[in-house]
Design a protein around this ligand. Structure first.
Ligand code: ADP
Length: 307
């Protein structure tokens, strides 16, 4: 790895209320791209920096969120403050052991994270790795999506690598054609695409993970890494497809929240270090196995401390 690796993850972190055993709720902070940033911070050496590019309000809850990020070792100078807005919220409900989620996020400050091209560029300039997801794109206006993609193209031209998890969530998009077109366009403009086959099968109709990999590679993605729950991870790089079996986890599966987010962090941290595909997939599946053995998105027992 080069001396001082700089990672920037882009998206929305939310307040989380998770049920506790005594019938109350515990407050935390989570969100797909934030979860990946949190794991990356713990996996990468102290010389690396991990920044979160987002927007929050100027209220007390926003202060608490930024304070949490900072305490977890994530740089927040790329978190914009938007007066009059606040952060999004979700509540996890448990009904007969099944988790469901209720969201209050439609007016969150994070929706305004890409309003200013100069601010975007100053956050992305010089990044070695930039990470975002389909949720990052979904919460933006059409104009802001174009602005963000232009900044990402500029960063790539200057040497940054862009990694993208499509994380397809139809409820966040205005309509299906916009969703599929935006996700395909972003994947085509990314160096590494990290889809989950289940989502891709449902929305793009891919019959199997190899088809998902070929669809994204065919549109221009350099490296595609397709996750499929406990089934093998499929990679496609320079026309060469490979299946990587997922080891059976040694601990029981407790909660699959953030399985994909943590896989991505394990994969990317390893791939940044030595660019060996099989080792990077193994790092991803090994971290994901530890994360799904514990409750919640940010499983402290799955990774070391902030270096
Ligand atoms: P997502 O959370 O994005 O839906 P997946 O469910 O495809 O992601 O899982 C991501 C990774 O998490 C998989 O590649 C695998 O390593 C691990 N994983 C998920 N579910 C299981 C499981 N039931 N058993 C073992 N590993 C799993």
């Amino acid at each position: 790895m080069r001396g001082k690796v700089r990672v920037v993850s882009i998206g929305e972190c939310m307040v989380e209320f998770a049920p506790t055993s005594n019938g109350q709720f515990a407050m935390g902070f989570a969100g797909d791209t934030f979860n990946t940033a949190w794991y990356l911070r713990r996996l990468l050496p102290a010389t690396a920096t991990v920044s979160y590019l987002s927007a929050v309000g100027t209220d007390g809850m926003s202060d608490q969120m930024v304070g949490f990020m900072t305490a977890e070792g994530i740089l927040t100078d790329t978190v914009q403050r938007v007066p009059g807005r606040s952060v999004g919220l979700y509540v996890i409900q448990l009904t007969n052991g099944e988790r469901s989620f209720a969201y209050w996020r439609s007016t969150s400050a994070a929706r305004l994270l890409a309003e200013d091209a100069d601010r975007l560029w100053s956050a992305l300039d010089g990044a070695d790795l930039i990470y975002l997801s389909g949720i990052t794109l979904a919460i933006l206006s059409a104009e802001a999506r174009v602005r963000l993609m232009a900044s990402l193209a500029r960063a790539r031209a200057a040497g940054s690598k862009v990694a993208f998890d499509p994380n397809i969530r139809p409820g966040l998009w205005s309509d299906a054609p916009t969703m599929l077109q935006s996700i395909s366009a972003m994947a085509a403009a990314a160096d590494i695409v990290l889809p989950s086959h289940e989502d891709e099968a449902r929305h793009f109709g891919d019959p199997d993970p190899v088809a998902t990999a070929h669809r994204y590679a065919g549109s221009g993605s350099t490296l595609v890494v397709v996750k499929d729950g406990p089934m093998p991870v499929v990679t496609l790089h320079a026309g060469h497809a490979e299946r990587h079996p997922v080891p059976v986890p040694s601990a029981p599966v407790v909660d699959t929240t953030a399985a994909g987010d943590s896989f991505n962090a394990g994969f990317l941290a390893s791939f940044l270090t030595n660019a060996n595909l099989s080792e990077a997939v193994a790092a991803g599946t090994s971290l994901a196995a530890r994360v799904i053995a514990g409750p919640g998105a940010l499983v402290r027992t799955a990774v070391g401390a902030v270096p």
